[in-house]
Design a protein around this ligand. Structure first.
Ligand code: UD1
Ligand code: UDP
Length: 378
């Protein structure tokens, strides 16, 4: 059976690493092997946003790289769509596998649905209920055209149910598998070392790890300025802030003299985006995580770290409900206040609920994919 995987952005490489490894393991004993064809759309292309993940996470080299690069949403997505359609016609897969909520996810789902190729969506059912987010549109569309929806959490299953998925007229399957990002955290933690700490002259427990890249935070100069302001004050007064900077954020700051100077005059340590193995070290050893990343909110929890999410809502509501994550409005005093409150929490006293499965979501996904493809072929 032929499975065509479509990835393009950093978090998708991390998720796909888990499933590709599970496919390789399944193929060792299965009579009906899964032939995985990987397409990289080229949405992320800097070596520290793409190559590093394929290399250090041992992800099979993509069979195709569409090289679409950056652009406005319509421009970027349509370039992907044109090239994906050609490849789907050529490769004739039994199923297309997409991950998460990026423009690469949307283009993959759209191209496959028009060609009547079954679609599997990993990380289905997530909702922020904020349709101003490009990711929310991508998720809703993808879920509504997918045939098999792999949900990481109960909340995700419930969100789909509220949108009428599944229903008696559309033969889609919703399956709760747990989160492949937990699988990744468990597996790659075993090979992480303290190299990154030493290279950066950092001591465990003595820095705040921050990342910012969401469009709603970076595209507004006021919001970005508020965030940098808060990070600068926290860095000067509490713990040094270490900030692996996404290229989107870097480019925007580079063209804004005021924010650039604020950053330059602070003690924030800005570093290039780091690889996933170093990121595990950075997360495991920090005092607190501040982020607007979906993946890092969960990784904070996986590594038992408290997190302030630089957003007013999150898709991962169970993290907030369990006290491990706090939301904040994007005013610099409010951000600082949220962090001060979180620093008072004794995380060793917080309950640690079972929210994301048992670290074997990848295996479950592969078994269900194999079942689904065999079943639809009969
Ligand atoms: C995308 C996803 C977002 C996800 C994030 C993960 C969409 C709509 N957004 O956002 O959901 O959380 O990836 O990181 O798909 N750039 C580079 N080099 C690169 C990649 C990007 O310089 O390798 C710069 C370019 O200036 C580009 C900007 O970053 O215009 C934004 O990149 P893009 O892929 O459009 O969106 P992300 O912000 O990365
Ligand atoms: N990540 C990384 N290096 C970085 C920043 C993030 O390896 O410099 C990893 C992070 O650990 C997580 C994933 O990238 O596994 C999250 O991706 P990102 O924040 O870009 O996107 P999101 O999850 O918000 O869609």
């Amino acid at each position: 059976m032929k499975l065509l995987t479509i990835v393009g952005a950093r978090p998708q490489f991390i998720k796909a690493a888990v499933v590709s490894r599970a496919i390789a393991s399944y193929n060792q004993t299965a009579s009906n092997r899964i032939e995985e064809i990987i397409i990289h759309t080229g949405q992320h292309y800097d070596s520290n946003m793409s190559d590093i993940f394929f290399e250090e996470m041992d992800i099979p080299k993509p069979h195709y790289n569409l090289g679409v690069g950056s652009g406005n949403h319509g421009e970027q997505t349509s370039r992907m769509l044109i090239e994906l359609e050609k490849l789907l016609i050529k490769e004739k897969p039994d199923m297309v596998l997409v991950y998460g909520d990026t423009n690469s996810t949307l283009a993959g789902a759209l191209a496959a649905s028009k060609l009547h190729i079954p679609i599997a969506h990993v990380e289905a059912g997530l909702r922020s209920f904020n349709r101003d987010m490009p990711e929310e549109i991508n998720r809703i569309f993808t879920d509504h055209v997918s045939d098999i929806l792999f949900c990481p959490t109960d909340t995700a299953v419930e969100n789909l149910k509220n949108e009428g998925i599944p229903n008696k007229n559309i033969k889609s399957k919703v399956i709760k598998t747990g989160d492949v990002m937990l699988d990744a955290a468990v597996y790659y933690s075993k090979i992480s070392t303290d190299k990154w700490l030493k290279e950066n002259n950092l001591n465990a427990g003595n820095y705040i790890l921050a990342t910012v890249h969401r469009a709603e935070n970076t595209d507004s100069a006021e919001r970005l300025s508020n965030i940098i302001d808060a990070l600068a004050k926290l860095s000067d007064n509490y713990y040094q802030v270490v900030f692996p900077m996404h290229p989107r954020t870097k480019n925007i700051i580079a063209s804004d003299e005021k924010i650039k100077n604020k950053l330059k005059n602070s003690s924030i340590k800005v570093v290039q985006p780091i690889g996933y193995i170093d990121m595990i070290t950075a997360e495991k050893n920090c005092r607190l995580i501040m982020t607007d990343s979906g993946g890092m909110q969960k990784e904070a929890f996986f590594h038992k770290k408290l997190c302030i999410t630089l957003r007013t809502e999150t898709e991962w509501v169970e993290l907030v409900n369990s006290g491990w994550n706090g939301l904040t409005s994007l005013d610099s005093d409010k951000i600082i206040d949220s962090v001060e409150q979180m620093l008072k929490v004794d995380s060793s006293k917080l309950a640690y609920p079972d929210l994301f499965g048992d670290g074997r979501a990848g295996e479950q996904i592969v078994l269900k994919l194999a079942d689904f493809i065999n079943y639809t072929r009969c």
